[in-house]
Structures are given as C-alpha cells and as structure tokens.
Design a binder for this molecule. Structure first.
Ligand code: NAP
Ligand code: MG
Length: 478
C-alpha cells in the first residue's frame, strides 16, 4: 500500500490573548481580592499562555451578590422576548468569532483544531441559538395551567474536556429561563470562558447577569456552599459530584450532576463493520477520549472479534497524532500532566492484570502531554480497565455471544450515561437499546449531539438533563 505523507497544515489565526485575566463580575473585569493569579499552559508544548485570576470565597461572594442584584433589578423583570435578543446576540458573536475561539480552545486544552472548529464552537453557538428561541415560549414547555418561574442565581461548574461547550450547555438554558449565573471554569482551560465573558460584555447584557470566576476546586466549593445560590449545575467527576450532593443534601438548593461514564459500545456480527469501526474510532478517540460519554468498553460478538481487532489495528495505524493546531491532526494533546499520569497508571494496571495492549505505531512529540491511540484485548470484566473511567484514548474490548449477554455485560457498571449498538437488524437494535441502562443510546452511530436533544445519565453518571425541553425544567419552578 502506498502511503502519502501529509504536509504540515497549521492553523494561522492567532487569537487576541491578554497577558493577565481578571475575574468577570458585575459586568466588569476586576482583580481577585487577595491578588493571586495562576498560569494556564498549552498542553501540546507546555508553554505558558496567560495568567488567570484565582477566585477566592470572597470573590465568589462578590459574584453571587452581583448575580442576585442583576436578577432582582433587571433579568427577572425583562420581557422574555428581550431576554431572547441578548441570548441571540451571544450566539451570533460566538459564530462570528468562531475561528478565534476554536484556536483558543485548542491552545488551552490540547484538542485537535478540526474538532474545536467543527464541533465545540458551532455546537456551543447552536445551544445559545436554540435556547434563545425558548425564552418567550416557556409556558409551552410546561404542563397546561402551570406558570414557569425562574429560580434565581445559579452556580455552574464545568470541566476541561469541552470548556466552551459545557459553559454554553449551562448558561444558555439558565438565561432563557430568566436566571442569572456565576460560572466556574476548570483550572486548566479557563480561556474560552473568559472570551465568552468578553462576548457577554460586548453584547451589552445587564451587568451581573453572567459572571465568570476562575480558580480551582476550592473556588467551586465556595460557589456550592454559598447561601444565596438557588441551584448548582455541575459537570465533572463522579467523586467530586458525590461530595457536592452530600454538601447540598438537606438544603433548599437544586442540583443537577453530569458525571463520569464507562459506556458500552456493542457490535453485533451482522453490523456493517466498516461503519462500525469508524463509529468505534470516533467513540473512543474523539477528543483523546476525554469524553464523559466515550464508548470506552467495546463489546464485540465473539465470531467477529478477530476481524474487528484486525480492522481496528489497521485503522489506528492511520490516525495522525501530534500538533493539535495542525488541521490534519486526529489525536491531539492530553489535557494535563496529571491526566496523562492517570491514563498511564491505568494502562499499566491493564497490562499487569493480563490484558493485551495494542497501540498506534507513532512517535510522540518531545514536549507536551501525548498518549497514543490504544486498545486492550483479552479484557476481563474484573479488570480495572473494564470498570474505571480512563478518560483517555484507551479502549477495552470484551466479547459476548447472545444479545442477553451483551446487555448484561453492558449494564454491569455503576455508570449509566451513554451506549452504542451496531446491528443491521432493526428489531434487535430496538430491543437492546430498550434494555440498556444509559441516558443516551446511539444506534448505528455514535456521539451525535443536538441542542434539541436531552443529554444526561443515571446511577453514578448523575441526574438531570441538559439540552432540549428537558433542559429547561432544571432551571424553572412551576
Ligand atoms: P472534576 O475534577 O470533578 O472537576 C470538574 C469541575 O469541578 C472543575 O471546574 C473543577 O475545578 C471543579 N471542582 C473540583 N473540586 C471541586 C469541589 N470540591 N467542589 C466544587 N467544584 C470542584 O472533573 P474533571 O476531571 O475536570 O472532568 C472530568 C470528569 O468530568 C470525567 O469524569 C467526565 O466523565 C466528567 N464529565 C461529565 C460530563 C457529563 O455530561 N456527564 C461531561 C463532561 C465531563 P478545577 O478543574 O479547577 O479543579
Ligand atoms: Mg491550559
């Protein structure tokens, strides 16, 4: 087979980046009360990008007060159709600045530019467009006779894997329903949330309707613990989510949790294998596997196991790993050194427990955090790699013989966020989908997202829904 080398195709846009970012509170950029800043780096080369304010409990308090004032003074009283105009403005600004935002997302977080450009940023804009349309139609989302009311100030905490998109998932429905927000981005990826704050400022939203307080876990904990917050929306790890659930138990505060996952991706022998392999590759290697709903457990019908493994081995050899800013890159950088170490530790455990490791043959860049596309065969249900979320480009392959066995193995996990099924037979597809305990099941496809479609999990993957009409209920009282 002849292979062609790809010429470098680096993205040329360089976004405007400040040397130092303050907190965005009450429509203003302000210094953190105790004067602390931290550095955010580019995980693909470890170079510092900017200094970012560290928000303390006192800063969180300022932000919540500003959000409360904005709620009472402006936002709750505004005509819903006018609220919608502001949300549309945000959506349009994200679209207009799409290329710059994509570059910023890739620099700060390490994901391939083709993903931030074609998925993260357009989908973030789509959420604002979608929820802007709901702002003056909330009665139609409710059961007849019920009047929707906003909750008040919402504290929103997001992780580093889809920084702008997760912020959009949270802010857009909250604003449409008439709430004001305080957003806490992840420590390693604050820059697109800060760019969103600039957009909010330029869109001339009343001061305090959206506040962004950067910092770390302690900043998030201060937001969770603040007395004047009516609701916490959290996306992140199951461990931190459980702590938040404990902290809020017995309080009046509402809570939604979007947590981890260990999704089963089921491939039957009658599936269209070429398409299924592409679905499996997308399911686990998209965003270096830093995806809560990643198809990280592949369940293959035993009689096509060897063929699937052979095709997958061939396919991952064609993935291009390297500079995330190159438009041809498939596998970018791991988000942080800490995450890379977590992936390496779990992969070592897989080898030690007796699974067989296959990796894409490639050279890793000398600097930055990288891990090759990998999968394990000979995996047993008891292995850590079959049970724990790896949150990296590592797939665990198990086998089954009957649909019943596939369902039983798929459901043998404390998580329940997503799943995928591949078979030519429609009735089998439907039967399996009905029996899978997961919030989202994709049939003969994977990783499809649309703002009109609700997303969320159950069991240890959390509760509550984001997206669609269901996403409105989490921000309304009726
Ligand atoms: P994480 O450590 O739980 O962090 C998530 C967010 O919470 C970050 O902003 C973090 O701040 C903050 N935080 C940390 N400790 C906190 C505390 N005690 N109180 C309040 N906030 C706190 O999770 P992660 O490692 O960043 O994200 C990966 C996880 O997110 C994976 O498990 C993934 O499955 C899950 N996820 C779920 C969904 C979903 O929709 N279900 C979507 C995406 C990701 P710092 O980063 O600054 O520490
Ligand atoms: Mg960073």
């Amino acid at each position: 087979m002849t292979t062609f080398e790809y010429a470098p195709a680096p993205e040329s846009v360089r976004p405007r980046i400040r040397e130092r970012y303050g907190l965005f509170i009450d429509g203003q950029w302000c210094a953190p009360q105790d004067g602390r800043y931290f550095e955010t780096i580019n995980p693909a080369n470890e170079a510092p990008i900017a200094q970012v304010a560290y928000g303390s409990a006192a800063d969180v308090d300022r932000a919540v007060r500003a959000a409360r004032k904005a709620y009472d003074k402006h936002w709750r009283k505004m005509k819903p159709a006018d609220r919608a105009k502001y949300i549309y403005r945000i959506a349009r600004a994200i679209t207009e600045r799409g290329r710059e935002l994509a570059v910023l997302e890739t620099m700060d977080g390490g994901k391939p530019i083709k993903e931030s450009r074609d998925f993260d940023i357009p989908t973030a804009a789509a959420h604002f467009f979608y929820y802007a349309g709901w702002a003056d139609k909330l009665e139609w989302a409710m059961r007849a006779g019920r009047t929707p009311h906003a909750l008040g100030v919402c504290g929103q905490i997001v992780p580093w894997n889809f920084p702008l998109l997760m912020a959009a998932w949270k802010i857009a429905p909250a604003l449409a329903c008439g709430n004001t927000v305080v957003l806490k981005p992840a420590e390693t990826t604050p820059l697109t949330a800060l760019a969103l704050a600039q957009i909010v400022q330029e869109a001339d939203l009343p001061p305090g309707v959206v506040n962004v307080v950067t910092g770390d876990g302690a900043t998030g904990a201060a937001l969770v613990g603040h007395d004047d917050v009516e609701k916490i929306a959290f996306t992140g790890s199951t461990e931190v989510g459980k702590g938040i659930a404990r902290a809020l138990a017995g309080t009046r505060k509402r809570l939604t949790l979007e947590l981890g996952g260990k999704a089963a991706h089921i491939v039957f022998a009658d599936a269209p294998l070429d398409q299924a392999i592409e679905g499996v590759v997308n399911g686990i290697y998209f965003n270096q596997g830093h995806v809560c709903c990643a198809g990280s457990r592949l369940l293959v019908e035993e009689r096509v196991h060897d063929e699937v493994v052979a095709r997958l081995t061939e396919r991952i050899a064609t993935l291009r790993l390297g500079d995330p800013m190159d438009k041809n890159t498939d596998i970018g950088a791991i988000n942080s050194r800490a995450q890379l170490e977590k992936i390496e530790e779990l992969v070592r455990s897989g080898v030690a427990e007796g699974a067989a490791l296959v990796q894409q043959p490639c050279e890793l860049p000398g600097r930055g955090f990288f891990f090759p596309a990998s999968f394990f065969t000979n995996v047993h249900q008891s292995h850590r790699i079959a049970r724990e979320e790896i949150f990296g480009p590592v797939l665990s392959i198990l086998t089954f013989r009957t649909p019943d066995e596939a369902v039983e193995k798929a459901n043998n996990t404390p998580y329940g966020l997503s799943a995928g099924v591949w078979t030519e037979k429609g009735s089998k597809n439907m039967w399996v989908a009905q029996h899978l305990r997961a919030g989202v099941v994709w049939c003969n496809t994977f990783n499809q997202f649309d703002p009109s479609s609700p997303f969320g999990g159950y069991r240890e993957s959390g509760f509550g829904r984001e997206g669609g009409v269901h996403g409105l209920y989490e921000y309304l009282r009726a």
